[in-house]
Design a protein around this ligand. Sequence first.
Ligand SMILES: Cc1cc2nc3c(=O)[nH]c(=O)nc-3n(C[C@H](O)[C@H](O)[C@H](O)COP(=O)(O)OP(=O)(O)OC[C@H]3O[C@@H](n4cnc5c(N)ncnc54)[C@H](O)[C@@H]3O)c2cc1C
Length: 452
Amino acid sequence: MPCHRVVVVGGGFAGFHALRRLQRLVPADVELMLISPTDYLLYSPLLPEVAAGIVQPRHLAISLHRTLPRVQLVLGHVISVDLDNRKLSIRRPGGTLRSEVWDRLVLAPGSVTRRFDIPGVAEHAHGLKTLPEAIYLRDHVLRQVDIADATLDPVEREERLTVVAVGAGYTGTEVVAQMQHWLRTVASGWRNINVDGIRWVLVDRSTTLLPELGARLGGAALRMLEKRGIDVRLGVTIAEAGDRSVTLSDGTVIPTRTLVWGAGTTASPLIGTLGRRTAAGRLVVDAQMRLPGRHDVWALGDAAAVPDLTRAAGPDGHPVSAMTAQNAQRQGRTVARNIAATFGRGFSRQYRHRDLGLAADFGGKDAIARPLGVSLRGVIAKAVARGYHLMALPSLSNRVRVLCDWILDAALPKQMIHISAIRSADALIADAQHTRSYAQPATALPLDSAVA
Ligand SMILES: Cc1cc2nc3c(=O)[nH]c(=O)nc-3n(C[C@H](O)[C@H](O)[C@H](O)COP(=O)(O)OP(=O)(O)OC[C@H]3O[C@@H](n4cnc5c(N)ncnc54)[C@H](O)[C@@H]3O)c2cc1C
């Protein structure tokens, strides 16, 4: 064990950017360790473009080994944290258990798709939080069209040609709009498929679309989706999901074999195992992202309720920072400085970031964006969104690959083949996002003996 060890849990935006800066800031004798289930940072804002076949999946995966050369990567999920003894239990690939100790800990396990307790959702809904889920979704939709093209049964045909998506935030809306645009472009490639016969239904219990972008842009997005033939149903939700239909809360039954679940996110289940104070499931921390009462533990990103000091405080204090990549990334950099300060390098500071705005790309020339409060639509919004993504992608080689994907997508016929390499069961939310890892008691797992 070196004289000091900083352990980071989760290699998403928050953990990655914390480590990237820590590599430069902390003394050479400090060991940096990252526990992550993958060997890449996933640039999730472009996942809808993977589902729509525009960007190749690997181009959104930023190699942790290449970008974090000073960091020891340990593949696995942290399933419990012993704050008193400064010890972590890690479930490694293959199911074996390993323990690690720390003297500075950064908790950045992000969030998972929120499922609610709706019958059938766990068994039939597919989320869009990981690369396997995005790849599965695209292949699954293409497979449904293939099968529908060759079936003589009109009921089966309707089921296979209907996609229901839940959640009209940026995930649900973008994925429906992007995939619908792409499928319309390629649908003429099948002998018996009429473009207008493919039905897209977007459902949300809220009464507005894209609430993150404000009423005006949300209204513009709604009109645009409806003009394209997408059936948007606001103010209702799913009451039950089955393998061949979903039932809405207003009693409507929609025949479908595809249920896309984008109904928001909730903090990683790891946070609930800590026995510490949470706010809406996120770990409560102070403005320096320290766990109250601890000088050696920080939490940030989607998993933490970091006070947003740029917004006015109410009776319960400041509102918490939104779950966005721009917050997670900047919180990572601030935490790195705060940890460096504990080694006598620089000073600790509070997190403060004014929101830069959001953008949503709907495929083709349709997009909306609100950078720095300015409302934009169409190709200008699309250019702003794409320019931002290129800047935000943290590796030059990934930037070039994504840019080439966009150029190829514009210049060549769109791809319409499915490889179907991911099984439906592996792409269900609980398996793809490993939400069950924490239910298993750590003692029931074999000790660190072999790795699959
Ligand atoms: C489809 C989609 C589109 C989005 N679009 C935008 C956008 O346009 N703009 C924007 O600002 N934000 C966007 N977001 C939100 C943004 O991606 C998140 O806010 C951001 O990723 C949060 O960063 P994080 O580091 O907290 O979590 P994540 O990036 O989710 O990273 C958490 C990491 O921790 C790992 N992990 C989880 N549990 C454990 C564990 N127990 N042990 C070890 N590792 C663990 C996970 O595998 C993951 O790698 C989008 C999200 C999605 C899903």
